[in-house]
Design a protein around this ligand. Structure first.
Ligand SMILES: Nc1ncnc2c1ncn2[C@@H]1O[C@H](COP(=O)(O)OP(=O)(O)O)[C@@H](O)[C@H]1O
Ligand SMILES: [Mg+2]
Length: 367
């Protein structure tokens, strides 16, 4: 996938900007607070997803304006070009929220764009993937799988709904001492049956995906670090395939005591090891950055293998804390893939044959 051109109007601090990216590398340089991340975020919105920074749609519109407009031409790997016009309307305007018109068709909700412009974003917030709670690593996995398989999202939602029902049961009904134990078990069984059906399906997808993602991330890390350390990505399952129903039955008594559900794919984790040691504990800032980058590039490569379309890479503030050889690696490994990088320091890029833009107070100029 490639972005061929992008026109931005009244988006965050950008009144009007016009971007013609390079086929591989495009650099957005400038000081802090000038609008580099804003522009990257605008490109991301073409995926149909919500902003990777979170926040409300209304914040995307330049203060005091009724709506923001993004007009883009994209090109698929097979050479087919598409036009996208995405509008963000302020609350109370004739069309509030995000809408997208695809190849001139009448606008639909922007979420309908899903899959039409695949992108993988790295932002410094993702660094908590290494040291943060297991939930963040599960979210990384689940978000990638939801993008790749629409069916995964449906199963995921069914699982979460059943889990909420079961937790409510454990918290309220099961906590009542006057109710007979058999009755509690019977009610729990209803949800456990549903959880084991959906949970097995979730885990099967995760396992299959990690078989592809893990080795790709390991290879990326070996390249980024020039073989200095080895990264391993291991799945930490809570049950063996086919074993969720038994595992749920086993922890039933404990769950009733604890008043919450303790077993299932919502308790699983990814273990990241550097030279066999948990990266969570030992990885330096630069190593954490290298790990997350390796995972993100692996995510893109896995998507390319599964869908046949290579996502656009959006790398925000990726270069700080990387040493010269790791930077050099990053800036030379686009290999036909389109990559956008923001940086405070454009000296890194003057040697490259990428397109270099400068962002200053929302005004974009080509260097
Ligand atoms: N809706 C908005 N209207 C006007 N300015 C905005 C809006 N949202 C964010 N900004 C401004 O954008 C700037 C931050 O831009 P950002 O892209 O994060 O900078 P950086 O170049 O450091 O990545 C801030 O000055 C902020 O006030
Ligand atoms: Mg920024």
């Amino acid at each position: 996938m490639r972005l061929i051109s992008l026109e931005v109007t009244d988006y965050r601090n950008i009144a009007a900007a016009s971007l013609t990216p390079g086929r591989e590398l495009t650099v957005l340089s400038g000081n802090n607070g000038q609008g580099k991340t804003n522009l990257l975020e605008a490109i991301w919105l073409l995926t149909g997803g919500k902003s990777f920074r979170g926040g409300k749609d209304a914040e995307l519109i330049r203060r005091g304006q009724p709506f923001a407009v993004l007009s883009a031409v994209t090109e698929q790997d097979d050479g087919r070009q598409n036009t996208v016009r995405l509008t963000v309307g302020a609350p109370g305007s004739p069309r509030p929220g995000r809408y997208a018109a695809w190849n001139g068709a009448p606008p639909k909700r922007a979420a309908a764009l899903a899959g039409s412009f695949p992108a993988v974003a790295f932002d410094p917030g993702h660094l908590s993937l290494v040291k943060g709670a297991p939930e963040l690593r599960r979210r990384f996995l689940d978000a990638a799988l939801c993008q790749l398989y629409p069916g995964y999202l449906a199963v995921y939602r069914r699982y979460v709904r059943a889990l909420q029902q079961k937790n409510a049961l454990l918290r309220h009904t099961c906590a009542r001492p006057e109710l007979p134990y058999d009755q509690k078990i019977q009610q729990l069984e209803v949800w456990n049956a549903e959880l084991s059906r959906q949970g097995e399906a979730l885990q099967a997808r995760r396992r299959e995906y990690l078989k592809l993602l893990g080795p790709l991330a390991t290879a990326n890390y070996a390249e980024i670090s020039h073989g200095a350390e080895q990264l391993e990505v291991l799945y930490q399952p809570r049950f063996e395939p086919g074993g969720l129903a038994d595992a749920l039955a086993e922890c039933r008594a404990e769950e009733i005591r604890a008043g919450q559900s303790l077993c299932g794919p919502h308790r699983e984790d990814l273990e990241l090891l550097l030279d066999g040691q948990p990266a969570r504990v030992y990885a330096s800032q630069g190593q954490q950055r290298s790990i997350v980058l390796s995972l993100k590039m692996a995510e893109a490569a896995a998507a390319a293998q599964i869908t046949g379309e290579h996502p656009v890479m959006l790398l925000d503030d990726v270069l700080s804390e990387l040493d010269e050889s790791r930077k050099a690696y990053l800036l030379t490994r686009m290999q036909g893939r389109q990559t956008f990088v923001t940086s405070c320091d454009d000296t890194d890029f003057l040697k490259t044959d990428g397109e270099v833009y400068r962002m200053e107070a929302g005004v974009l100029t080509r260097l």
